[in-house]
Design a protein around this ligand. Structure first.
Ligand code: HEC
Ligand code: HEC
Ligand code: HEC
Ligand code: HEC
Ligand code: HEC
Ligand code: HEC
Ligand code: HEC
Ligand code: HEC
Ligand code: HEC
Length: 355
């Protein structure tokens, strides 16, 4: 225990000292004054205590860091530390550092209730509920006294997640999307574009997985955006008309576990390791394609992929047969339906005339 802590302990035991800090100051001047009172002790270097767990908890709050934070010119210390209503104040019996975080992070919900309620629906909250002490609370992603804008610069987002998901982040950084982020490209997705930040869903649920093609399509079906990169914006429409996509869209939104056996964008392109389609390590490069198909089509032979259209629209040069059949259908189907309608009408007419 430091000398200050001793003094405090003595102070709190003596007959109740007059409270010199109001719970929540209402004017700017009162707020600054109150924060200065708190910082007269907590701004001093070296204030710390050893917790029963043996961990040393620093009790120092840097005046400068707090002032620079998003809350620096807005909040009083007691806006978050609502339990401290007078100075000097009583010590709270925390046993571990984690207990500090758990006790105080709840303060965020008072003002950011929407974010808070989103987190309740997340894979992270599920992990907390399982008793996982490594799952993130607000403070693990945002900090407490040094909170800054969470997505500026944009590279900060994947850095936040990488603290705990180092493997995924490393893979992602090398991908076509991740390397774009590092170069400041605003069009490529970062972790939260796919997973969101607060209601991070478990990606292993079939329902989430089945919606991933729409996720990719939110950018890859955008003509204007794809034109910028010389990429086809038809990848979704061609995928959906392919048997893989037909099956996947029939199951979209379903949480059925058996629905997992269907090819989605990520089964062919990868997830965090997506590279350009002509990169040597691309899973969809001709040389690697059979292996990619063989994940599901066990007996796929060398020329198995040739029978498949990939993302190409049927064309007279590339796939004359499919093209002609498709064209045939385009004429045949209207013709047949027209014929059918005509027949029905003629029947009706006969019925009316024959009355
Ligand atoms: C007279 C010096 C002093 C002042 C003024 C003071 N504190 Fe403290 N504070 C301490 C000491 C010493 C501890 C460590 C107590 C212990 O041993 O657990 C502490 C602990 C804390 C803790 C950690 C929880 C705990 O009890 O261990 C918080 C949070 C805190 N103070 C917030 C505040 C706020 C907010 C204010 C202003 C309203 C404030 N303090 C004013 C000395 C002070
Ligand atoms: C935006 C809310 C918020 C504000 C404003 C705030 N705190 Fe905190 N404070 C927290 C949270 C959350 C923790 C727990 C941090 C953790 O996980 O270790 C904490 C922890 C502390 C601790 C324990 C030591 C530590 O760093 O964990 C002290 C002491 C403290 N705060 C003092 C202050 C003082 C003094 C002020 C005003 C200058 C202040 N706080 C303003 C949210 C806040
Ligand atoms: C007493 C109310 C209050 C509490 C408690 C509070 N905040 Fe805030 N927070 C604000 C206000 C006000 C702003 C500034 C909003 C603005 O500028 O649009 C803000 C801004 C933020 C921002 C930046 C948002 C942006 O995009 O500008 C983040 C991140 C944030 N708070 C996180 C937290 C976290 C984490 C906690 C808990 C440790 C917390 N806040 C506790 C009131 C609060
Ligand atoms: C897993 C990390 C993580 C956790 C946990 C987390 N956040 Fe965030 N938060 C982010 C990221 C990343 C952003 C940046 C915006 C984005 O990319 O969606 C953000 C944005 C914000 C913003 C500003 C934008 C907005 O949505 O208004 C606020 C305020 C905020 N978070 C508050 C909170 C609060 C309060 C909690 C706890 C209840 C919390 N966050 C928990 C990662 C997290
Ligand atoms: C403080 C550590 C921590 C941080 C920071 C963190 N996570 Fe997590 N995350 C976890 C833990 C722990 C789990 C639960 C692991 C499990 O279920 O096996 C988890 C689970 C997940 C899952 C579900 C994984 C699965 O297999 O079901 C996703 C997705 C995820 N996190 C994404 C993110 C994103 C995106 C960010 C950044 C915005 C982030 N995490 C930040 C610790 C963290
Ligand atoms: C382009 C969209 C996209 C981006 C960007 C992305 N993810 Fe994922 N992530 C996915 C998909 C899809 C899955 C499900 C993989 C599967 O089918 O098993 C996943 C799975 C996960 C998992 C579960 C464990 C695993 O490896 O399967 C974690 C954790 C995770 N992502 C974290 C992150 C983090 C952290 C980032 C940023 C560094 C990130 N993701 C960026 C789409 C994305
Ligand atoms: C069955 C495997 C498979 C599936 C499923 C699949 N792709 Fe592809 N994709 C390929 C192959 C092979 C290529 C390279 C040949 C080509 O351009 O058609 C490719 C090419 C691409 C390209 C590059 C296009 C260009 O202009 O160079 C993008 C972008 C793409 N796919 C995105 C997607 C998206 C988004 C989805 C889901 C909606 C998806 N893919 C589903 C196999 C697949
Ligand atoms: C937020 C928008 C966005 C999302 C979401 C997104 N992408 Fe991309 N993707 C891009 C952009 C932009 C590029 C071009 C980057 C460049 O060329 O530098 C790209 C590049 C690619 C490429 C490389 C094409 C080539 O050969 O150059 C593939 C393959 C790809 N994405 C597949 C996917 C898949 C699969 C998903 C879903 C899991 C997905 N993307 C989600 C924006 C997105
Ligand atoms: C993740 C699993 C998966 C991957 C990877 C995959 N497919 Fe399929 N594929 C299926 C499933 C499941 C069906 C049956 C769909 C249906 O009929 O509902 C199918 C059907 C087909 C069919 C229709 C005829 C048949 O055998 O039923 C062809 C052709 C085909 N796939 C080609 C390919 C090619 C080429 C690749 C590699 C570029 C590939 N697939 C990759 C799962 C996959």
């Amino acid at each position: 225990m430091t000398l200050l802590a001793l003094l405090l302990a003595v102070a709190t035991q003596s007959a109740a000292p007059p409270p010199s800090a109001a719970p929540t100051p209402t004017t700017d001047a009162a707020r600054v004054e109150q924060n200065d009172t708190c910082l007269s002790c907590h701004g001093e270097a070296g204030l710390e205590k050893t917790l029963p767990s043996g961990e040393v908890q620093s009790l120092v709050v840097s005046h400068e860091t707090f002032a620079k934070s998003v809350h620096g010119d807005k909040l009083a210390c007691t806006d978050c530390h609502t339990d401290i209503t007078e100075v000097p104040h009583e010590a709270r019996p925390f046993r571990t550092k984690r207990e500090f975080s758990v006790a105080y992070y709840e303060a965020c919900k008072r003002c950011h209730f929407a974010n808070y309620s989103q987190t309740l629906d997340s894979a992270h909250a599920a992990a907390v509920a399982r008793g996982d002490k490594t799952a993130p609370l607000c403070v693990d992603c945002h900090g407490s006294h040094d909170i800054s804008l969470p997505s500026e610069p944009r590279t900060k987002i994947s850095q936040t997640c990488s603290r705990c998901h180092a493997g995924v982040s490393q893979t992602y950084t090398a991908s076509v999307h991740g390397s774009g982020i590092a170069e400041g490209n605003p069009d490529v997705p970062t972790c939260t574009d796919c997973h969101r930040s607060h209601d991070v869903a478990g990606p292993h649920k079939a329902g989430w997985k089945n919606r991933t093609p729409e996720l990719c399509a939110s950018c890859h079906a955008d003509e204007q955006l794809m034109q910028k990169y010389g990429l086809s914006a038809n990848v979704m429409s061609t995928y959906v008309s392919d048997f893989h996509g037909v099956t996947a869209s029939l199951r979209a939104g379903s949480d059925d576990r058996n629905a997992a056996v269907v090819a989605r964008c990520t089964d062919c392109h990868g997830v965090h390791d997506i590279v350009r389609v002509d990169a040597p390590n691309s899973r969809v490069l001709k040389a690697n394609l059979v292996k990619t198909c063989a994940q599901c089509h066990e007996d796929a032979s060398e020329n198995f992929p040739d029978a498949w259209l990939s993302h190409y629209e049927p064309s007279l040069q590339r796939t004359p047969l499919v093209y002609l059949v498709t064209l045939g259908y385009k004429f045949l189907i209207p013709f047949m339906i027209g014929g059918l309608l005509l027949q029905v009408m003629l029947h009706l007419w006969r019925v009316v005339v024959n009355r």
